[in-house]
Design a protein around this ligand. Sequence first.
Ligand code: ADX
Length: 391
Amino acid sequence: MSLISPHGGNLIDREARGAELAALLRTVAKLPSVTINARAEADLELIAIGALSPLEGFLGEADYLSVRDNLRLANGLVWSIPVTLSATAEERARLNVGEDVALRTREGKLVAVLHLAEIYTYDKQREAEAVYGTAEEKHPGVQVLYSQGEYLLGGKVTVVDHPNGHEFKQYRHTPAQTRALFAEKGWQRIVAFQTRNPVHRAHEYIQKCAMETVDGLLLHPIVGETKADDIPANVRLRAYEAILENYYPQNRTVLAVLPAAMRYAGPREAIFHATIRKNYGCSHFIVGRDHAGVGNYYGTYDAQKIFGNFTSEEIGITPMFFDNTFFCRKCDGMASLKTCPHDASQHVSLSGTKVRELLAAGEIPPGEFTRPEVAQVLIEGLRQNALNAKA
Ligand code: ADX
């Protein structure tokens, strides 16, 4: 038995090394530049390490339209999110198809070289409605889309640097590395857990329900760009360490970070998150309530229902669905409406906003909601971040 195959069959590697890197760096000064946003920067790292296999770069027009309208690449492979690179009219005027382009951060740091194969225009509103289910600018994913340039650039990339690569280095495992780690541990059935939050009791419960039936857990938090009111990744990382140390069997868990930006595309992002975890070697993927959702844009279980549009062979990784879970005082434990017969008056429910308020005020939320060790780390981390911001 071996691990699940990457999406599309092969793990992609678009990282420049050795002589190739030296040769690229010699030519780069003469190339026209395009400035990339935080999302494109994150996408470049994901492409480089094969997390977005089979993508070798940014989508050309045929793939873009097919992904937008049919949730598939032009060759029919399931792909739910357009991974694109935009350019302004001013940038576009300096570019020629068939030539190389230097991709730089807003600070001017070189990240990658794009082998420009196509330049095309696109309909932002149509993409917003198709991918995010709304054209409202207040949706954080739509906001990024509307702020982009008017042109899209398609082509393979060769990545030369990860500007944020030093952050969380010890947990920054590539898909090749997690695959090697799982093989070394003799794991074949691995469940991945996507999150942009600290691990609270509901998260812990669904992870552990899943862990009862597989070999191990990949706790795989996103550390790319998230909404300003989400808890920052540096604070979350310490909270993950605290919960793993105190409540999880160490020989059955791996903590790694996913350098992706959140898009908040709900159902479409659930498929995207699942295919990424397949590339990391995971056989199972947890989808709970309102996965990758924001506000009230998606139905509570839309991100589960969307999997019904594809065959299990097409997706490859097996989704594990969970209902909304909570602590029930009468059951004296975590439960969902599937397992608990008691009414809502017995259930401990706190909104994310309420919890953030408690933590910001230095108060520990109830133990039925979060482990005290986690709350302590969050309070301390948020306090430290606030001090650093003032300094
Ligand atoms: S997400 O944007 O990364 O999906 P979050 O970190 O809140 O957000 O959730 C991580 C995973 O846990 C998602 O699959 C989500 O659906 C699930 N989840 C979060 N809270 C609950 C809950 N109370 N009950 C069931 N599933 C949940």
